[in-house]
Structure formats: structure tokens, C-alpha cells
Design a protein around this ligand. Structure first.
Ligand SMILES: [Zn+2]
Ligand SMILES: [Zn+2]
Length: 199
């Protein structure tokens, strides 16, 4: 409960926050009024507090606008994903591949150093490509929905790296005369690539 004040001029009971208005309205010409007003205005709580801004009314077009902004943002995000991680090969329906599931071990050497092949090449939240890695052992998974073969060049395309010019290429331990990205990825095989420098 707000305590009541009394008007110093007419002694009527007035709420403290209304005293200034009372003096202005009832005693505008009283000789004491200007002095009283000056003093009262310096006191905290005398001037009625305005409500802190108008309450925000949510109108239908506000909701529509927010929804459009959200959708636009999400759409933009997905478009960006599609644009930036555009798959080299058509995505497959799921792990395992509908038609066959093979593995080829890939080892890459940069000079004398074994190059670490990253995990999850060709695997993202948006797309699983038929040629991909799960872990960082260099094991390539070939999981196809369609009746076709894939090459080591396909794997490099999925990886986003140029096959380049390896100085030596071994397939199942045997050096092939001309290293080529067209070498097919079959099951239970191994491919070893040697580069002067690989990054
Ligand atoms: Zn897989
Ligand atoms: Zn696999």
C-alpha cells in the first residue's frame, strides 16, 4: 500500500506520486506552489513512472515475418550445404549399399612418410557417397546401389583431391607400369600410392 501524503497547501490526502499533479491542478497560482514543485521534483518517487515502453503486441504479420526469416535462413543453410559439399558421386540410400559392399585398403606415401587418410571422406549428414571412408585407416568402403564399378580416381574425386602424378603405384603389392586413376576398386585388394610430396 502506498502511504498517503498531505498537500502542504490544502491538507488534503494525496498519493505521493500524485502530489505534483495535485499542486499543478488545484493550486497553480498559490505563491508556495513553485517552491513546493521544485522540491518535490527532486524527490524520488514523486513523478509517476511511465510504464516501461508500450507492451509489444504480436500481430499475425509478425509471426509470418519471423517464420519467413527462419525458413529463409534454413533454406539458405541447406542450399549452402548442397552448394559447398556437392557430392562427386550420387548419394546412396544408406550404409551398406543396395547392391554390393566391398573394401579396398589404400596407403599413400608422401616421400617416406605415410599420409593419414581422413575418416568420413564421402560421408556427411547430407550425403553418403558410394565410395567413402569410415575411419582413418585408409580402408575405402565401396557400397553401391547401382550396377557399376568405381575407380581410385572416383575416390580422389569424392575426397576432393587431385590424383596427380604418383611416382609409383602398387596394386596388391605389384607395381603397375603406369600409375593411373582408372584402376578399379575391387573387394579385398590394396592400392599403394607413392608421391614425391602429397598434401
Ligand atoms: Zn560405409
Ligand atoms: Zn564397409
Amino acid at each position: 500500500m502506498a502511504t498517503m501524503d498531505r498537500c502542504p497547501i490544502c491538507d488534503v490526502s494525496v498519493r505521493p506520486e500524485n502530489l505534483i499533479r495535485h499542486l499543478n491542478d488545484i493550486h497553480p497560482r498559490h505563491p508556495d506552489t513553485p517552491r513546493l514543485l521544485e522540491r518535490l521534483r527532486a524527490e524520488p518517487g514523486r513523478i509517476p513512472r511511465r510504464s516501461a515502453g508500450r507492451p509489444i503486441r504480436v500481430r499475425p504479420w509478425h509471426v509470418v515475418l519471423v517464420a519467413l526469416l527462419l525458413l529463409g535462413g534454413l533454406g539458405g543453410y541447406y542450399l549452402l550445404q548442397i552448394a559447398t559439399v556437392s557430392p562427386a558421386l550420387p548419394c546412396i540410400g544408406g550404409e551398406g549399399g543396395g547392391l554390393y559392399h566391398w573394401h579396398t585398403q589404400l596407403n599413400i606415401f608422401s616421400g617416406a612418410t605415410k599420409f593419414a587418410i581422413p575418416a568420413s571422406i564421402g560421408r556427411s549428414a547430407f550425403c553418403l557417397e558410394p565410395v567413402h571412408t569410415h575411419d582413418s585407416t585408409g580402408l575405402i568402403h565401396i557400397e553401391s546401389d547401382v550396377n557399376r564399378l568405381y575407380s581410385i580416381g572416383d575416390f580422389f574425386a569424392v575426397w576432393g583431391k587431385p590424383f596427380g602424378s604418383p611416382s609409383q603405384m602398387l596394386v596388391n603389392g605389384t607395381a603397375i607400369p603406369t600409375p593411373s586413376p582408372t584402376v578399379i576398386l575391387y573387394d579385398q585388394e590394396s592400392i599403394e600410392l607413392h608421391y614425391a610430396s602429397f598434401a
